[in-house]
Design a protein around this ligand. Structure first.
Ligand code: PRP
Length: 176
């Protein structure tokens, strides 16, 4: 059985243009650093990170971290680490790369966790944010798009593990 394809919210072309624009800003802001560690938050960020990393010209490396929410993660805000970074980030410049900021709890937890490891600098880059869902404020140095409170899929984002590899960001309706 195949569902209808999600309606386009952000096209493949619009995403590519935004990724290039973000990469240009990051290249500028980190000019001269010996290494920027890009920390991708699994699973959702893997496509965004892959595209962003390949648009950067500064020295960079890639690492991943995986987090999970306890119970109803959308309201409880309790987050736990299920896979850690491979390398130490002490004294390193770190940019967290997220696909989406919804309530903000995941990123808030992650920033507290990573800050305690004493990086030289720590900043965040998210592709999309649902501003009206925010429960905690998280500093986003780089943001692609503010989106309405709709269920988005594609470009790393899933709906019960489906649609992650769509090349665009689309909307699914809960009735689907
Ligand atoms: C998504 C997304 C963020 C988090 C944001 O991950 O990738 O990590 O939710 O939500 P928050 O701002 O409300 O904390 P998800 O739990 O869907 O896991 P996945 O990336 O493995 O799909």
């Amino acid at each position: 059985m195949r569902d209808d394809q999600p309606k386009v919210l952000i096209s493949e072309e619009a995403i590519a243009a935004k990724v290039a624009e973000l990469a240009e800003r990051i290249n500028h802001d980190y000019t001269g650093v010996d290494e920027l560690i890009l920390v991708g938050v699994l699973k959702g960020a893997f496509i965004f990170l892959a595209d962003l990393a390949r648009k950067l010209t500064i020295p960079r490396s890639v690492d991943f971290i995986a987090l999970s929410t306890y119970g109803d993660g959308t309201t409880s805000g309790a987050v736990r680490l299920i896979m850690d970074l491979r390398r130490s980030i002490e004294g390193k410049h770190v940019l967290v790369v997220e696909d989406i900021v919804d309530t903000g709890h995941t990123l808030a937890y992650l920033l507290r966790n990573l800050q305690s490891r004493q990086p030289a600098s720590l900043a965040c880059c998210a592709l999309v944010r649902k501003a009206e869902r925010a429960q905690v404020e998280v500093p986003l140095a780089y943001l692609g798009f503010d989106i309405p409170n709709v269920w988005v899929v594609g470009y790393g984002l899933d709906w019960a593990e489906r649609f992650r590899t769509l090349p665009y960001i689309g909307v699914v309706s809960p009735e689907a």
